[in-house]
Design a protein around this ligand. Structure first.
Ligand SMILES: [Zn+2]
Length: 268
């Protein structure tokens, strides 16, 4: 928010009534259209530097029509002036220009905890060994708990690691889509989402991506804390089954399990 205090602090200290509104200091409809009636503690005009600022301030509001009503907040991200999360997301999507689509994935078909997880993941802020180590937490190793070959980063765990890589190939086979060329987690996410031919298909792909990332993370935690073996097939089965339940319960889409198994995109 702009105030005289923040934009013209040198002038603000001269104002006699610091709670006044700009509209109190001028009267429209004078011969030149504006009549300024400043009420300074002492005139700042004597100082040429401040005189320039007065002129600048006057020019700034020259064409502005003040109303007599109370000031109110207006959301400029939407033509209605009313703030909604949806319009905020549209603004962010436009600003991000599709480069980091993951950051703005918020799919209503997924439970909130998964959306929060995705948000943190695409900001690279989930507790991978590399993240914990860089925050000063002592670990015996920073290597990937699935393959043990490289440092466990989000990029490695969800995209590079041989153990989890196969899950992306399965997504393409199951949905009969081709994600084309990619060389990072963000890129494959963007490419997969771009395969959608409708809004609902996009939502479905976002939900599927969210679900496989979530179940990969859960399976990784089972390896770390429950001595279980990692299996991408298990991630696939969990994603397939739970996503069906979530969409069935959370959306108005009437989906059928037998057709779901063949190609889920064909249902949207
Ligand atoms: Zn690995």
């Amino acid at each position: 928010m702009y105030t005289i205090n923040s934009m013209f602090p040198d002038l603000f200290i001269f104002e006699r009534n610091r709670s006044c509104f700009i509209v109190d200091r001028y009267t429209p409809n004078s011969s030149d259209g504006r009549l300024w009636n400043w009420s300074w503690l002492e005139s700042p005009i004597i100082n040429s530097r401040l005189s320039d600022k007065v002129t600048k301030l006057q020019n700034l509001v020259r064409n502005y029509e003040f109303s007599s009503g109370r000031d109110k907040w207006i959301w400029v991200g939407d033509s209605t002036g009313i703030f909604t999360v949806k319009s905020m997301r549209a603004v962010l999507d436009e600003k991000l220009n599709g480069n980091v689509v993951g950051q703005s994935i918020w799919c209503k078909w997924l439970p909130i905890k998964i959306n929060c997880f995705l948000w943190r993941l695409f900001l690279r802020r989930i507790p991978t060994r590399q993240n914990l180590g860089s925050r000063g937490i002592q670990l015996q190793t920073d290597s990937c708990p699935l393959c043990g070959r490289e440092v466990e980063t989000e990029e490695h765990l969800f995209y590079v690691c041989e153990k989890s890589k196969e899950i992306w190939r399965w997504v393409e086979r199951w949905c009969d889509i081709n994600s084309g060329n990619h060389s990072s987690l963000d890129q494959i996410v963007v490419n997969l989402i771009e395969c959608a031919k409708s809004k609902k298909q996009r939502k479905m792909i976002e939900a599927l991506i969210g679900s496989i990332l979530w179940f990969t993370w859960k399976a990784r935690n089972d390896v770390m804390f429950n001595n279980k073996r990692f299996s991408w097939e298990a991630v696939m089965v969990d994603s397939q089954a739970m996503l069906f339940t979530w969409i069935k319960c959370r959306s108005k889409c009437n989906i059928d399990w037998s057709r779901w198994g063949c190609n889920p995109l064909a249902l949207f």
